[in-house]
Write a protein that binds this ligand. Structure first.
Ligand SMILES: Nc1nc2c(ncn2[C@@H]2O[C@H](COP(=O)(O)OP(=O)(O)OP(=O)(O)O)[C@@H](O)[C@H]2O)c(=O)[nH]1
Ligand SMILES: [Mg+2]
Length: 321
């Protein structure tokens, strides 16, 4: 497919077109995903989430700027599970960047719900892979906190940065429960406002309560003033440390395997139900299919389709008189 070749060459128009096909769930999107999959797995993904208006886009903009200064190419996917508009005024405003808009080393795209959240989540994963295949070194995923949605979407980020600000009040209590669990790095933005130190202490105390074993990653709590680019270099350094931690502890590989396993499992279940899944596991077909995916020789959809085809063939043979 010519589109794939151009995308792999880093052609921005091809990339934009591929994303649109994916977003529209065009019949070509599956082929596209299959064709680019072997060329993925290189980019580093960084998620930025938190309640509305805490400064996510400003932080993302600052991080893009820092990454560009080291020559890395950066893709930004802004995901808004709360808005049904795509590329419209609301979302456009959400991701307005101060810098980088005309930099060829930066590619920004927004995604919004068109129906169900599951679709949005799938789009996000697919778009991240397209950016990865197109040669972007760092992919930032911004999503506005909206309960389960950001948890789903942050699956695609290796490192998740959760942003809070002083003065959120009761909201912090609610946020703490769910969102802190997915935070690898906590940022108290708008530290130019009163109450930042108090919030840092409060978050540190909460993290202390839920602290795991001595060997596990302890999310740092960092203060930033994103509008003044203050503290963002420390955020990026922490993200780097987190990545190295995952890599050296073997968690990065384990995590990747878990994600791809879950993806193929979900696809098989969607295509042919639980029985197909049970069969694949018991017949030993699962392990070989999955190892092909892990080696990036087969994409998750093709692997799932292959398993389902074998399962259905078996069902047909059995039901023949
Ligand atoms: N005082 C202060 N204001 C900030 C800081 N960071 C961002 N802001 C302001 O906060 C407002 C919201 O910033 P955004 O970056 O758009 O926030 P967001 O979290 O992306 O917003 P949504 O995507 O709509 O949820 C803007 O007016 C920013 O200029 C900061 O560190 N200090
Ligand atoms: Mg925003």
């Amino acid at each position: 497919m010519d589109l794939v070749d151009r995308l792999l060459d880093g052609d921005r128009r091809a990339l934009a077109r591929a994303i649109t096909l994916t977003e529209n769930e065009d019949p070509l999107a599956g082929d596209l995903a299959a064709a680019v999959f072997p060329h993925t797995g290189r980019a580093r993904t960084l998620g930025v989430t938190g309640p509305p208006g805490v400064g996510k886009s400003t932080v993302v903009d600052g991080l893009v700027h820092l990454e560009r200064a080291t020559g890395r190419r950066v893709g930004v996917v802004a995901v808004d599970p709360t808005s049904p508009f795509s590329g419209g005024a609301i979302l456009g405003d959400r991701i307005r960047m101060r810098r980088g808009a005309s930099d060829p080393g930066v590619f920004i795209r927004s995604l919004a719900t068109r129906g169900h959240l599951g679709g949005l989540s799938w789009h996000t994963g697919s778009v991240v892979r397209l950016l990865d295949a197109a040669g972007f070194d760092t992919i930032l995923i911004e999503t506005v906190g909206a309960g389960q949605a950001e948890v789903e979407i942050m699956r695609y980020a290796v490192t998740t940065i959760v942003i809070l600000v002083p003065g959120l009040g009761d909201e912090v209590q609610a946020i703490k429960a769910g969102i802190l669990e997915i935070a690898d790095i906590l940022v108290v933005n708008k530290a130019d406002r009163e109450g930042a130190d108090g919030l840092v202490r409060e978050l540190e105390a909460t993290l202390e309560l839920g602290a795991g074993s001595a060997a596990s990653w302890k999310p740092p709590v960092l203060k930033t003033v994103a509008t003044a680019d203050r503290g963002l270099d420390a955020v990026l350094a922490a993200a780097h440390d987190h990545y190295l931690y995952l890599e050296s502890s073997g968690s990065l590989q384990a995590r990747l395997e878990r994600e791809l396993n879950a993806e193929v499992r979900g696809l098989v279940r969607d295509l042919a139900g639980r029985a197909a899944l049970d069969w694949a596991r018991s017949a030993g077909a699962w392990d070989s299919a999955l190892s092909e995916v892990l080696a990036r020789r087969t994409d998750p959809r093709s692997a799932a389709a292959g398993l389902v085809t074998r399962f259905l063939g078996r069902v047909q043979r059995k039901s023949r008189p």
